[in-house]
Design a protein around this ligand. Structure first.
Ligand SMILES: NC(=O)c1ccc[n+]([C@@H]2O[C@H](COP(=O)([O-])OP(=O)(O)OC[C@H]3O[C@@H](n4cnc5c(N)ncnc54)[C@H](OP(=O)(O)O)[C@@H]3O)[C@@H](O)[C@H]2O)c1
Length: 328
């Protein structure tokens, strides 16, 4: 028997999440049966989708989420004791699994790359950046790309891959420290969207000829101002809309039609899972860039499973530079 700690949703979020939405609960887990194994979480992820998708779980259920875990007991030959997996086990320190939905981390995962990166730049957010740029935007050398929430898990990888591809990159983020981070990563232009006086003028100054591609993570007024700055036939990958997730009443216009029509823009929303079949190759490419020093995957690490809710709310408030993870 193992005692697992879990974080349970007490009630659905109303607006911005609060401490009382979560309860720490203990759960006794029996020994794994034939075909099962016992997992121990090493790192857990907090991501914006947990806010957007919370309606998919009921109050009283364990919060959704991915983790890197170690197999500590196994009656499943595909997952030997000591191997590491990425799984959607939820906010829990220990889980029983029959292997369904688990991804085994490659046995030759480089020692110098923290396993936590499998939740960040060398995991789902990194793949989101890669697929958004290659599959949705079809980004070409010499083009100019705009990305917002640029210092976060997805955005920071977006900008770096675009630089690898020989593009000009403009990024926005919510603090001066984040802007300095983006400059260190090699972004051509970066600005703090909270302190500028005019987003329109800042976008124009950063790229007077406009933008070929826009990797959109934020939504709301940023989107409305950015759209008219696109070049003719510009392409927009709608990855997310984090400025909308905590709204209790939906935001309204300005609507995109005028720019969409007169600039003949192409806009496509996407979910990273569409290209799941490409994940092994995608992970290998991200890992190779990381090993070559071309991709830096900064992390914002919170220590302690007990701090999961505050790490989650901190990420939504923008406290993270790079990927927000929790070390158990
Ligand atoms: N389509 C997919 O399959 C997929 C997969 C993964 C992620 N996503 C989306 O990608 C986006 C980024 O996700 P991530 O995991 O990389 O998160 P992240 O950027 O690491 O963290 C969220 C960041 O969003 C910014 N933010 C929060 N509220 C904001 C607001 N009102 N206006 C502008 N920025 C705000 C904050 O940075 P600042 O300090 O810069 O404001 C915060 O650090 C999200 O929209 C997420 O939903 C989509």
């Amino acid at each position: 028997m193992v005692q697992a700690k879990t974080w349970v949703l007490t009630e659905r979020f109303e607006g911005f999440p609060k401490d009382s939405n979560f309860r720490l609960q203990l759960e006794q887990l029996p020994d794994p049966k034939d075909g099962e194994m016992l997992l121990e979480a090493l790192f857990l992820s907090v991501d914006p989708y947990m806010r957007a998708y919370v309606m998919r779980i009921q109050p009283g259920e364990v919060m959704m989420g991915s983790q890197v875990a170690k197999v500590i007991k196994s009656h499943n030959p595909s997952f030997p004791v000591g191997s590491h997996v990425v799984g959607r086990c939820g906010w829990r320190t220990h889980s029983l699994s029959d292997g369904a939905g688990l991804t085994l981390l490659q046995a030759d995962w480089p020692q110098e790359v923290s396993l936590s990166q499998a939740l960040g730049g060398i995991g789902m957010p990194g793949l989101t950046a890669l697929y958004g740029l290659e599959e949705v935007l079809d980004l070409k050398e010499g083009e100019t790309l705009l990305v917002n929430a640029a210092a976060g898990a997805v955005g920071s990888v977006v900008g770096q891959i675009a630089k690898i591809k020989g593009c000009k990159v403009v990024g926005s983020a919510g603090s001066d420290a984040k802007v300095a981070f983006l400059k260190d990563l090699g972004f051509d232009e970066a600005f703090n969207y909270k302190t500028i006086t005019s987003l329109e003028e800042t976008l124009k100054a950063a790229s007077p000829d406009g933008y070929d591609c826009f990797f959109e993570n934020v939504g709301g007024p940023f989107f409305s101002v950015a759209l008219p700055q696109m070049k003719q036939f510009g392409r927009i990958a709608v990855c997310g809309g984090i400025s909308l997730y905590n709204d209790t009443t939906p935001q309204t216009g300005p609507y995109p039609h005028t720019s969409m029509v007169f600039k003949q823009l192409k806009m496509e929303g996407f979910l990273v899972n569409r290209w799941q079949h490409k994940n092994p190759e995608g992970i290998r490419r991200l890992l190779a860039w990381a090993k070559e020093g071309k991709l830096h995957c900064r992390e914002h690490v919170t220590e302690g499973f007990e701090k999961m809710p505050s790490a989650f709310m901190g990420m939504l408030k923008g406290e993270n530079i790079g990927k927000a993870v929790i070390k158990v």
